[in-house]
Design a protein around this ligand. Sequence first.
Ligand SMILES: [Zn+2]
Length: 64
Amino acid sequence: MSSYTVTVPDGEELGIRVACEEHGTAEEFRPERRTVAFFCERCGYEIEVDVRAADDWRDLGEMC
Ligand SMILES: [Zn+2]
């Protein structure tokens, strides 16, 4: 299973960046959306990220 990284740039109003580490694909999303769908063509898989829970999501990744 590929690993995904959710990055929140400095300033929480700037939106978030979701990246597939395995394939080096990334996409940035505007902050007005509560949930964003990131699709990696190479994975053929789409993930949904709750923007407001991005911090929690990142913590989960660090625990693995
Ligand atoms: Zn991928």
